[in-house]
Write a protein that binds this ligand. Structure first.
Ligand SMILES: Nc1ncnc2c1ncn2[C@@H]1O[C@H](COP(=O)(O)OP(=O)(O)OP(=O)(O)O)[C@@H](O)[C@H]1O
Length: 259
């Protein structure tokens, strides 16, 4: 179980002139600080999949980067199965599998070598590593390119390799930032099936997306963030019930309600 309470993150703005017009008018800009995330709350239980939604710039990536321990919150708490990630970041890091939107692979290494490298960093034994990589390559349909240098990979190949790398150590919680962005229909389905399998194994999965059909297909829970604040947090059924029409209408209702 992962529990997020009152999460906040502000960044120093070096030069206000460099902000976009939208950011200059954003109420989160306060003096020298841009408060990207102001008050985010949600939790995700064993075997649940949570879809994190929100307009561009809402604070989804900043939130997920805090959960992954990549950046430190200004305020709030995150606990994973009772471990406070701020108090014990090293222990927490082993419990988390994180796919960032900009995860770079080492181009000179093959897909397999990239995954092995991360596995070793996480202390996975050599025998487990071989077994796990074979298993992940099967699940993510990677056999045809696994032993090629990753510099020549397509977007889908890179994303599958990055996902395998993120979960090589069998984390207790999986966090994926827009895992299907830029993927074709087949690769998207492979990634969605993979998330479904994590759920079946009891692993909580939190993923951000702009695709409401994916949320409908996979999620038990929905959290909507707008301007750095949680404006909806509930079950998929409750989210759908916000509107008699489509999920798009439900989404717009949560955003309008927050305005
Ligand atoms: N290091 C930083 N310094 C200053 N501002 C930042 C920094 N990182 C993010 N921001 C700002 O915080 C806001 C939230 O950004 P974030 O990337 O979390 O949004 P998002 O919801 O993931 O958006 P998208 O859907 O477009 O990916 C944006 O206005 C962004 O420019």
């Amino acid at each position: 179980m992962i529990e997020i309470k009152g999460l906040a993150k502000k960044f120093v703005v070096e030069n206000v002139k460099k902000l976009s017009d939208q950011e200059k008018q954003d109420p989160r800009l306060k003096g020298r600080f841009f408060h990207s995330v102001e008050d985010v709350n949600f939790n995700c239980d064993k075997g649940q999949v949570l879809g994190l939604l929100g307009p561009n710039g809402a604070g989804k990536t900043t939130t997920l980067r805090m959960l992954s321990t990549a950046i430190k919150p200004t305020a709030g708490s995150v606990s994973i199965n009772g471990v406070d990630i701020l108090a014990e970041p090293l222990i927490a890091r082993r419990k988390i599998g994180f796919l960032s939107g900009s995860t770079g692979l080492y181009g000179r290494l093959t897909g397999r070598e990239n995954i092995e490298y991360f596995g070793r960093l996480h202390g996975v034994s050599e025998s487990d590593l071989k077994y796990r990589i074979d298993e992940l390559a099967n699940l993510l349909d990677m056999q045809s390119f696994l032993d090629r240098r990753s510099e020549s990979f397509s977007t889908g190949m890179k994303q599958k390799t990055s996902i395998a790398r993120a979960v090589i150590h069998q984390p207790e919680v999986v966090i994926l930032d827009e895992p299907t962005t830029g993927l074709d229909i087949m690769a998207t389905q492979t990634v969605l099936d993979f998330i479904r399998r994590l759920k079946a194994q009891g692993t909580p999965v939190i993923f951000s997306t702009h695709h409401l059909d994916e949320v409908d297909e996979l999620c038990d829970k929905v959290t909507v963030i707008d301007k750095g604040r949680t404006c909806f947090d509930g079950s998929l059924q409750d989210f759908k019930a916000l509107s008699a029409g489509s999920m798009h209408e439900s989404f717009l209702t949560t955003i309008k309600g927050a305005a």
